[in-house]
Ligand binder design. Structure first.
Ligand code: F0G
Length: 466
């Protein structure tokens, strides 16, 4: 039998009620949140596409695993189970647990980054770059140009432009480049993958200069899925093999287990070099917890270990990516400008093209996210100038080429009808976009990762969106 849309490889055993609200209630909630969707109470949100991080549904096996968590302070059995899962599926020798991805980024940056160093990467990620900069590095975006172009259909928009990287090595010298920060997939580009060919060529170049590659593995399984679909020679391979092949070309990884691994919390840092691992273990006891729990409870480590095994199952990853593609397809057919091709974890709406009449200084993506919430209670994320923050050297706003509203789909959490509701609402807003006559400006702007806690107000007294 061939189904018109592939069905989910699971059925639902437990449900969580959603609360729907009136438009007046949402207008009130939005005002109280300073027009920042990050500050909304989740109770006031109907469908929450703010993030896919820690919001996925765990399986019955993961819930069962929680019960056998070993809560010993030192040497917990659950740590060894996690370590075993990372060895087996990611292949790194040394595993240091952390409370989540940014815990791993903190330790990694403290281990490797010194003032005056330069970290190249395939587009920035907010927390990743913040830790690199806090430790004194300058971040350099060396991703291919197509990644900054929302309408380019390049199949591997996450790839690094080796000419850009070589130029940087030539300019600053390999000694001042502690590592290449390689994300797979690239969140801020819209969940775009790297190719195995690109990674192999990157490996050749960096090895010649003695520069390690550190993988951001948060969504590497999703990346493996795209390699299987799009890269010649890989279509017959198991997802687990492709994941392993990616990791084998890198020297270590920082992981947020809240993404691919379906866990509500957790992360890890991994290295091949024993001396680096030793340094990281010494730091983890200061910042996270003992090196056999790193800020996680024993039960969390069990859930992550089980989630890793589930994440590489072909039908799980297929359903996950295809659900995102379904949402993207519905929007594209209606003419809503989205980043192409649709990424692994999210559909990203090109807010600059959606609201071309709003200047970038009025934050079109932040504005559109607020309007979408007002229309239907759907919460998205801003991934544009507000997320990009200010340049630490000049203090000026950074205006990245991509001004996006990200509709981030948690795994195994929402149904196709929820995706339809999201699409219907956004298409409705799109058809009335001329009525959005002004954007937002800051009322309160925090110094770091400002997008989380900033407050805004509409730029003029004009009706915000009626
Ligand atoms: N790296 C990537 C690529 C991420 O997307 C995230 C988190 C992190 C690192 C940090 O991990 O949250 O566990 O500390 N991304 C979430 C998002 C927050 O919504 O994009 P964390």
């Amino acid at each position: 039998m061939s189904a018109s849309h592939p069905a989910e490889p699971w059925r639902i055993k437990m449900v969580e009620p959603l609360r729907s609200t009136t438009r007046d209630q949402r207008a009130q909630a939005l005002r109280e949140a300073g027009y920042n969707i990050s500050l909304l109470r989740s109770e006031d949100v109907y469908i929450d596409l703010y993030t896919d991080s820690g919001t996925s549904a765990m399986s019955d096996r993961q819930w069962a695993a929680l019960m056998i968590g070993d809560e010993a302070y030192a040497g917990a059995r659950s740590f060894y189970r996690l370590e075993e899962a990372v060895h087996r599926y990611y292949g790194y020798e040394h595993v240091i647990p952390t409370h989540q991805g940014r815990g791993a980024e903190n330790i990694l940056s403290r281990c490797l980054v010194r003032p005056g160093t330069h970290v190249p990467g395939n587009m920035y990620f907010t927390t990743t770059r913040a830790h690199q900069e806090l430790n004194g590095a300058v971040f350099h975006d060396v991703i291919i140009d197509q990644a900054h172009d929302p309408v380019s259909d390049h199949p591997f928009k996450g790839d690094i432009d080796l000419a850009k990287l070589e130029r940087l090595i030539h300019e600053v010298g390999a000694d001042l480049i502690p590592y290449v920060s390689l994300a797979a997939t690239v969140n801020m580009a819209g969940g775009q993958p790297i190719s195995m060919a690109g990674l192999t060529a990157l490996r050749d170049l960096t090895q010649r200069h003695g520069i390690p590659i550190i993988l951001d593995a948060a969504r590497a399984v999703e990346n493996a899925w795209f390699i299987k679909q799009r890269e010649p020679g890989w279509d017959g391979r198991a997802i687990a093999d492709i994941l392993r092949a990616i990791c084998d070309l890198t020297d270590g990884a920082a992981m947020s287990a809240k993404k691919d691994s379906y866990a509500n919390i957790g992360g890890w840092l991994a290295f091949r070099a024993p001396d680096l691992a030793e340094r990281a273990r010494n730091l983890v006891v200061l910042y996270e917890g003992l090196h056999t729990y790193g800020g996680m409870a024993g039960r969390d480590m069990e859930a992550v270990a089980q989630g890793i095994a589930e994440s590489v199952q072909e039908d799980n990853i297929r359903t996950r990516v295809q659900q995102v593609a379904y949402l993207g397809q519905r929007l594209a057919v209606a003419g809503v400008p989205i980043v192409r091709p649709v990424g692994g974890h999210a559909v990203c709406v090109d807010a600059a093209a959606f609201l071309p009449h709003l200047p970038r200084e009025q934050f079109p993506a932040q504005t559109l996210a607020a309007v979408l919430y007002l229309d239907s209670g759907v919460r998205s994320t801003e991934r544009g100038a507000v997320s990009a923050g200010r340049d630490p050297a000049t203090g000026l706003d950074r205006f990245p080429a991509l001004e996006l509203v990200r509709l981030t789909v948690p795994r195994r959490t929402y149904t196709q009808s929820h995706m339809d509701l999201v699409a219907d609402s956004l298409i409705h807003v799109f058809r009335q976009r001329a009525q959005i006559i002004c954007g937002l400006s800051f009322v309160h702007e925090p110094p770091t990762l400002r997008f989380f806690q900033a407050r805004f107000a509409p730029v003029s007294d004009a009706p915000f969106f009626e």
